[in-house]
Design a binder for this molecule. Structure first.
Ligand SMILES: [Zn+2]
Length: 96
């Protein structure tokens, strides 16, 4: 679970999901940023299913409904894993 770099408090799973798009610490209200290494991991996590699903989709010729369900399941899995790999930084780190 992510640890706030301003107040050193650990975020719970629920708190992380709630603040996922703002990354504001629920304890000290300070803005947090995703660290560069964490961003790399979450980027890979997001791209991986696409790399896997697209060829599989082409191979089996899924209907739009099936593809949609697979897409939703993947998004849910990503959201489920994300709090575990998220690492925080108190300032915005450069992308490269
Ligand atoms: Zn904090």
């Amino acid at each position: 679970m992510p640890v706030c770099q301003s107040c050193d408090k650990k975020w719970t799973y629920k708190q992380t999901i709630i603040t996922l798009f703002r990354l504001k610490c629920p304890h000290c209200e300070k803005r947090q940023y995703e660290s560069a290494s964490s961003r790399l991991r979450s980027g890979t996590l997001t791209l991986l299913p696409l790399v896997v699903v697209l060829p599989v989709n082409a191979l089996f010729d899924f209907s739009v409904g099936t593809a949609l369900i697979i897409g939703i399941v993947i998004v849910l899995i990503i959201f489920g894993i994300y709090p575990f790999i998220l690492k925080l930084s108190s300032k915005e780190e450069p992308y490269w």
